[in-house]
Design a protein around this ligand. Structure first.
Ligand code: GLY
Length: 400
């Protein structure tokens, strides 16, 4: 079987690698594979702390992917030519602390805690003093927080680099040209037409173009995925190295500040990722003074010592957001065309389960049960017709 995967971001790469492992001849079509939103992402594996009202169905997929991460990361590290050790791709079982800076944030966090409890999740309420005992760099005004020991992190750049190498070693061919249009014939997808006019024939095509997925020409209207870009600006700082590093931050620290989610993700390497804005501005990826200012202002309120750290990078990426915030996985109404897109805030977290689900859809012809609710066919008859969860939210202010 020949498969074309359109898009060489984290989702396209994991799909290609897993499919190739199952004997499929895979080509990934992307002018710059490995350059997608994951390069910007902080890499939180935050199934519990990023829980939102109305996304209970998505929660089960997120939890399943988080559960698979250590074995996935070890297997990927080995497949990329390194030792079978999850830390090779920056997997770190560090846990997360979500804190409140004022009474409103505290009420939000209390609601999140209650929701987590109703969903059977593990999280522990801490006083402000207990939060500061865990993370002494937190601002003295912290009013309380939630300790979530099961939400970890991975380094998305190491993850993507390892996926590129593993896919290549598994025989995946990279076609470094833009996909111009879907090739169709006889009522099915038959491959891809490239920007240089070449045509690649394929038995099945996986559209994994992130927030660009709906822009591919040649898609019949009923299968155009409803994916919109949600911009996130992110900063990278450098923490003091050596013994001092342990004294800066030891785990991911999050907060909702003025209605926006803020997080600080400390890596073993000394990198500290601060994110993220959430902006609906089309495909614009400009880093703005306002975005950087707001992130630094809010991060400084949370951890005043960050102003001492070198600021080494600013960047922006586009989250691919579906109408119900959940991914679209597997077959579409057009035979031979599958989707792997719409992962919104969870692309890095969902990489393991997406790769397995798409490989199963390609080779076995059906999604595994955990992924079945995420069929793109749920939107047949209107964007929200079969949306997973109930009353899903998409605006940052509505999150808890
Ligand atoms: N999952 C983090 C974000 O989307 O900003």
């Amino acid at each position: 079987m020949r498969v074309c995967v359109i898009g060489g971001g984290v989702i396209g790469l994991v799909t290609a690698w897993r499919a190739a492992q199952r004997g499929v001849r895979v080509r990934v079509v992307d002018p710059e594979p490995g350059r997608g939103a994951a390069r910007v992402a902080a890499g939180m594996l935050a199934a519990v702390t990023e829980l939102h009202y109305g996304e209970e169905t998505l929660l089960s997929l997120n939890l399943e992917s988080a559960r698979r991460y250590p074995a996935f990361a070890a297997e990927l590290a080995e497949a990329s030519g390194r030792e079978a050790d999850p830390t090779v791709i920056g997997y770190r079982a560090c846990g997360t602390l979500a804190v409140a800076l004022d009474a409103d944030d505290r009420a939000h966090l209390r609601e999140l805690h209650a929701l987590q409890h109703r969903c059977g999740l593990d999280s522990q309420w801490l006083t402000g003093r207990e939060c500061r005992r865990l993370e002494p760099m937190l601002a003295p005004g912290v009013r309380g927080g939630l300790r979530v020991d099961g939400d970890h992190q991975v380094d998305p750049r190491l993850l993507v680099d390892a996926l590129l190498r593993a896919a290549e070693r598994a025989g995946v061919e990279f076609v470094r040209v833009r996909a111009e249009r879907l090739r169709t014939g006889g009522g099915r997808a038959t491959g891809v037409v490239l920007a240089d006019r070449r045509e690649l024939a394929a038995d099945q095509v996986v559209l994994a173009g992130g927030s660009e997925s709906g822009r591919l020409a040649g898609l019949p209207p009923e299968v155009v995925p409803s994916v919109r870009p949600v911009k996130g600006q992110v900063l990278r700082l450098r923490m003091p190295s050596g013994a001092a590093y342990g004294r800066f931050l030891s785990r991911t620290v999050r907060a909702v500040v003025r209605g926006g989610a803020l997080y600080l993700v400390p890596r073993e390497s000394g990198e500290l990722v601060v994110g993220a804005t959430s902006e609906e501005l089309g495909w614009d990826t400009t880093v703005t003074a306002g975005g950087v200012y707001e992130l630094l202002r809010d991060a400084h309120e949370l951890v005043p010592g960050i102003t001492e750290l070198p600021l080494v990078e600013t960047c922006a990426g586009l989250r691919p957001c579906s109408p119900d915030n959940a991914p679209m996985l597997g077959a579409t109404a057009l035979p031979g065309l599958l989707l792997a897109t719409g992962h919104h805030r969870n692309g890095v977290l969902l990489a393991p389960v997406t790769g397995d689900a798409l490989a199963a859809a390609l080779v076995d012809g059906e999604l595994p049960p955990v992924a079945a609710p995420f069929t793109p066919l749920r939107f047949a008859g209107g964007d929200r017709a079969g949306a997973v969860g109930f009353g899903a939210v998409s605006r940052e202010e509505e999150t808890v």
